[in-house]
Design a protein around this ligand. Sequence first.
Ligand SMILES: Nc1nc2c(ncn2[C@@H]2O[C@H](COP(=O)(O)OP(=O)(O)OP(=O)(O)O)[C@@H](O)[C@H]2O)c(=O)[nH]1
Length: 447
Amino acid sequence: MNEQMTQLVQQLGDWLVGLGVPETQKTAAAFGLLFLLATFLVLILILVLFRLRGGRKPAATGEEEPEERREPERPAKEVPAETAGEEAPAEAVAEVPEPRAVAAEEPLVTDTGVEPVAEEAEPAGEEAEPTADQAAEAPPEEPASLFQRMRRGLAKTQAGLVGRIDTLLGGRGKVDAELIEELEEILITADLGMQTTQALIAAIEQRMARDAAADPQMVRQVLQQEMSRRLAEVDTPFDLDRPGPMVVMVVGVNGVGKTTTIGKLAHLWTAQGKKVLLGAGDTFRAAAADQLEVWAGRAGVDIVRHAEGADPAAVAFDAAKAAVARGADILLLDTAGRLHTKVNLMEELKKVRRVLAREIPEAPHETLLVLDATTGQNALVQARLFKEAVEVTGLVLTKLDGTARGGIVVAIANDLQLPVRFVGIGEGIEDLRPFEPEMFVRALFEK
Ligand SMILES: Nc1nc2c(ncn2[C@@H]2O[C@H](COP(=O)(O)OP(=O)(O)OP(=O)(O)O)[C@@H](O)[C@H]2O)c(=O)[nH]1
């Protein structure tokens, strides 16, 4: 033991005597204390070394990673997959710098492998990363998916109408009478109807008269512009914000998708913050009210219903009263869909309208005619008959997803000069889209 050490023990011993340690034991106590201090220092040193090594990758040394470094990495693989949908795996792969020495089942672990960060800092980084990704992705994804869903819904019409037009135009070097004749046939067989087809052909001929050098692609352009223009011309604003309750009567023959459409509308408008009430006015068909009640449950709205066979005007009366009493913004009234050729149905609808108007000024504010797009020209015939009998203010074309006859949308709007309000592109509660003429035509024509 050198002199400095002896001095240190001496001083420590004196200090301990001052604290009450007996004089005879002061040297032993001083040694004991020194031993404790040394052990403590060694422990701290080991801890510091261990943590510093834990923050770094074992850079090509072949050394194994400490176990606790691997554990926090696993959620990093799962979080983006859950939160960012289909895009996530691709992104996760893109973010991985290199998979180095990582087990086969963990190739997507987003290990940075370079930052000597403290353990506490890592979870915060993991959470922040997907949130930033989501924030960056969410805004552009919304409008794109809306358009994409419309395109998917119109895929069959796209192929049956625009696909055939493209095949025709692609094989021709110039626009001549033969091309026009074949085009006319395509438009008619794609359910654009005689009146609308002739109007579209006339627009193409006018353009040809102005521009002798017009090529087949001009035909495509004119068709797209004309369809858009004709749909936009009859497209009036659908005002949901008038002082309530706004009464929307829904009419149409059996099976076209009336009940489903009412359920989808209730869901859509509830999501927009409106208080919606349903009236089960189809008392004729067994189980119609039950079916509507199921949709009311799905959309989370109230329903007014009577027993089967009750007077639909009585349902309309009660529903209107309830809408006022409960402060509803919108009353959606279902109606029976017996054959449109039956005078009785039309009379019944007129009576319902009278009752509504007595209870709520100017009601019904909208009368939506639901038509099944898959029935093509038959839908056009139904629309004419309904328009003559009741004051239809707008159209809903359902089942566009299941048909190549989507051209009927343009035909009906153009022939009857009525706005298309919504289109159904599937059976799900979200599969009803407010109709936008420009987007609809673009979804058909965009390559
Ligand atoms: N693919 C597809 N199916 C739809 C769409 N709208 C409705 N349907 C289906 O069409 C069928 C008839 O729909 P309903 O709502 O019962 O028709 P409805 O007009 O109320 O018929 P009734 O109650 O008999 O008068 C159901 O199977 C719906 O799921 C749509 O936009 N796309």
